[in-house]
Ligand binder design. Structure first.
Ligand SMILES: Cc1cc2nc3c(=O)[nH]c(=O)nc-3n(C[C@H](O)[C@H](O)[C@H](O)COP(=O)(O)OP(=O)(O)OC[C@H]3O[C@@H](n4cnc5c(N)ncnc54)[C@H](O)[C@@H]3O)c2cc1C
Length: 363
């Protein structure tokens, strides 16, 4: 169980893990509490061929300095998204074309072993006794000289600062004492959680047979159920995989995962030929079903990438002891993994300034 500490971090996704790593290296005491049984948050791998099934984020990009530096520091390898060859395009009537050379994700980078290799490696850098999984926060109270954190099992601990490294809409579910200003609660609910209503489907194969057909594995479809498809194979090409973002709404066909999987494999067969009909594994991840990521509000269509950043209504709460983190509060790369790192680096600087006597440690 978490002990009384200086900094309580709520959420062990990329933001919470990177903040914990920064505090650990600065010698500032912290406890990291995570509701799920695993760390990583929206970073998740799955299936038997898990290294190719990035069920959450797959990519980062050149020009994202913190992701680049973190992966290098962790000693992990990266490779470029495979995009050599033509696009498979399907119109509303199911007619397929293979003569277009468009590649939306050209130049994107992937982590070998999947993005979860990054969060796992980051987690291993932290003292295990300070990471608490299956530890859900339900309430926060400002007591004047600190914060009291209450867990779902009624255990309580205190901290000088609480950093909420989770989507603001998740934090809006907490009970706050004293109650937060109405403007703060409104702001928390109004910030959409990036990709929280999305679903990804993976079809895993022995070989990337589409490459022999001159196809990149990229697909676009106006018929669905997958609307945007990409090669998800390992760096070596085996195991091979295709993945697609599911275009049907959470309220629709996604309620029947088996029917969705069948329709998706039929679609991949239309787009990439008969070899696509026999995947060795099909993995579906519906983020709208994940109660520690998605709220009913996130089932609405997200539209273009929202403008993120920390609203004024979410600053200076509980006398400055309650701090909003997580990618949705990052100004520059909000929504992305890079945004999670960006906001945590900013918070670390603030907390280091508030704890000037802390002794940095190597790591
Ligand atoms: C399908 C999909 C595809 C994506 N693709 C990309 C991509 O290619 N590139 C990219 O840069 N980004 C992508 N993203 C976005 C990326 O996943 C996020 O930017 C990043 O993971 C956010 O990290 P975070 O730590 O801010 O939040 P999260 O990962 O959401 O972490 C929050 C943590 O808080 C925990 N939590 C929630 N409630 C509680 C509670 N009550 N008590 C304790 N803990 C709690 C959660 O379990 C979770 O572990 C994608 C996201 C999805 C879903």
């Amino acid at each position: 169980m978490p002990q009384d500490t200086q900094i309580a971090i709520v959420g062990a996704g990329m933001a919470g893990l990177s903040l914990a790593d920064g505090l650990n290296r600065a010698g500032i005491p912290f406890e990291l509490v995570e509701a799920r049984a695993r760390i990583g948050g929206r970073v998740k791998r799955g299936g038997i061929d898990s290294a190719v099934c990035d069920l959450g984020p797959s990519w980062f990009w050149r020009g994202q300095p913190r992701m680049t530096a973190l992966i290098a520091r962790l000693g992990l390898k990266t490779f470029e998204q495979f995009t050599d060859g033509n696009l498979a395009f399907e119109d509303e009537g199911g007619q397929v074309r293979h003569d277009l050379s468009y590649a939306a994700m050209a130049g994107s980078l992937r982590a070998e072993g999947g993005m979860a290799a990054v969060t796992q490696a980051l987690g291993k850098k932290l003292p295990a006794a300070q990471i608490h999984t299956e530890t859900q926060v339900t309430a926060l109270a400002h007591t004047g000289d600190g914060m009291t954190v209450t867990l779902a099992n009624d255990h309580q601990f205190t901290a000088q600062h609480v950093v909420l490294c989770l989507p603001p809409r998740m934090a809006a579910e907490f009970s706050f004492a004293p109650a937060l200003p109405t403007a703060a609660v409104r702001a928390m609910r109004s910030i959409p959680t990036w990709m929280a209503g999305q679903a990804k489907l993976f079809a895993v194969y022995d070989t990337p047979f589409w490459r022999q057909l001159g196809l990149s594995g990229d697909g676009m479809s106006r018929l669905g159920p997958l609307v945007e498809i990409h090669d998800a194979s390992a760096a070596s090409g085996a195991p091979a995989a295709l993945f697609g973002f599911v275009g049907v709404s959470p309220a629709n066909r996604r309620q029947n995962p088996q029917a969705l999987k069948t329709a998706a494999i039929q679609q991949l067969t239309r787009l990439f030929g008969p070899q696509a009909a026999k995947p060795r594994e099909v993995v579906l991840q519906d983020w709208a079903d994940e109660s520690f990521t998605s709220t009913p509000l996130d089932r609405q269509s997200l539209g273009p990438h929202p403008i993120y950043g920390l609203p004024t209504a979410l600053t200076e709460l509980a006398g400055g002891r309650l701090i909003f983190g997580g990618t949705e509060t990052a100004a520059e790369f909000g929504g992305f993994l890079e945004g999670a790192l960006e906001r945590s680096a900013q918070i670390l600087t603030t907390l280091q300034a508030a704890a000037p006597r802390a002794q940095p440690i190597a790591g």
